[in-house]
Unconditional design. Structure first.
Length: 96
């Protein structure tokens, strides 16, 4: 896995904060461990990729902790979430 960051761990691209919070009844929050995240660009890439999945209500990325909390309207599709994380260039290593 490559990184979007420079060797000194500074982000090599501009970052944009994205809020995906939406109020929905009957939601499920699931925390996943994700490796390879180092900066704000990583957070944005994962938020956008996972947030685009059907059923995803919100995505909260903790870069420092290596955790991604995904809130879904019902049971999460772990395989789809793992594929979205992979498409963003990172590795979902399991539920935390």
């Amino acid at each position: 896995m490559g990184s979007c960051c420079t060797p000194d761990n500074s982000c090599s691209t501009n970052t944009v904060e994205v809020s995906t919070a939406t109020a929905v009844a009957d939601t499920t929050s699931t925390v996943y461990a994700v490796s390879g995240m180092t900066c704000g660009h990583c957070k944005t890439a994962i938020t956008n990729s996972v947030g685009a999945l059907a059923g995803v209500v919100s995505v909260d990325v903790d870069v420092a902790g290596g955790l991604v909390t995904v809130t879904t309207g019902g049971a999460p599709d772990d395989a789809a979430i793992a594929a979205a994380v992979d498409d963003a260039g990172y590795e979902l290593t399991g539920r935390a």
